[in-house]
Design a protein around this ligand. Structure first.
Ligand code: 2AM
Ligand code: CA
Ligand code: CA
Ligand code: CA
Length: 267
């Protein structure tokens, strides 16, 4: 295992302990609202601090981009860590056990390492560029589903920028009519990890943040899948629009997105 993946898994396990503890003591939490439908608790912050401290212990000069504390150091120079300490806060606050920790490492603008950890199921997803993707140290692959008709897709709903709602619902309606089912579980990072290990066949969502998707995209690519923005490009960290699937299904999903989402919302 690459040393940086080792650090990332150690950091994720530490954050996982904090998250599991508070999941059992949810009444001890102070919950703040950062805006409409945007909650944060001290768990998000404590978990993030634990992750950053672990990274800093080994690499005090690496750049960090983390959801709760923002950016430290310059991007696109050397090594940058992209961190979501708790992906699925709404689920966590409701004790709906579907949330994760997402940690990615980017070097000179390229995603190199990825860790996504589900603390309730103790599932650790890891990947390094060119080395494949793993779940608890066992190799994972995307599904072999070839037909959209028989596929199970994951997605997330728009929740803050509702200007996307009609475009989203158009794509949703089309997928609803053409697939075996759609799941909306509430942690985009975990959804992407599930594409990587074949539990779902594909995923699409609008307007996500870099820390929601950076690790998941590398996991999927290392598991043999495709992950792009809505134009088939690599601009997903900036646009936040992401679609992913195994290569066969990807083409069929891209067609649906192309037919239902207007160009101005695909960019
Ligand atoms: P978060 O829990 O880290 O904030 C699900 O659609 C994705 O959107 C999750 O990755 C979640 O990340 C993010 N998200 C942010 N705010 C949300 C909200 N109010 N409701 C649902 N998802 C939200
Ligand atoms: Ca959040
Ligand atoms: Ca998130
Ligand atoms: Ca978060």
């Amino acid at each position: 295992m690459h040393p940086l993946v080792n650090i990332a898994t150690q950091a994720a396990l530490e954050a996982g302990e904090i998250i599991r503890h508070y999941q059992e003591h949810i009444d001890q939490l102070d919950i703040e609202s950062k805006g409409k439908n945007d909650y944060v608790s001290q768990v998000d912050k404590q978990a993030e601090n634990a992750i950053i401290q672990t990274i800093r212990k080994y690499h005090p000069n690496h750049a960090i981009l983390a959801e709760e504390s923002g950016r430290q150091g310059k991007e696109n120079q050397g090594v940058e860590w992209i961190i979501d300490p708790l992906d699925g806060t709404t689920n966590f606050l409701h004790q709906f056990p579907q949330f994760s920790i997402s940690i990615a490492v980017r070097e000179k603008g390229k995603l190199q390492h990825a860790v996504i950890y589900d603390p309730m199921r103790d599932e650790m997803f890891t990947a390094s560029r060119g080395q494949g993707a793993f779940l608890n140290n066992r190799r994972i692959r995307v599904s072999e589903q070839k037909d959209l008709d028989d596929s199970l897709l994951a997605t997330g709903f728009p929740y803050h920028d509702f200007s996307y709602i009609d475009s989203y619902l158009a794509s949703f309606k089309s997928f609803m009519q053409q697939t075996a089912g759609i799941r909306r579980a509430g942690s985009a990072a975990l959804d992407l990890a599930y594409v990587a290990c074949g539990r779902v066949d594909g995923f699409w969502e609008f307007n996500l943040k870099p820390w929601d998707i950076a690790a998941g995209v590398l996991l999927i690519k290392e598991a043999g899948g495709l992950a792009t923005d809505f134009n088939g490009g690599e601009n997903f960290l900036d646009s936040g629009n992401i679609m992913a699937a195994n290569p066969k299904l990807y083409k069929q999903m891209a067609k649906v997105i192309g037919q239902t989402v207007p160009a101005e919302h695909r960019a």
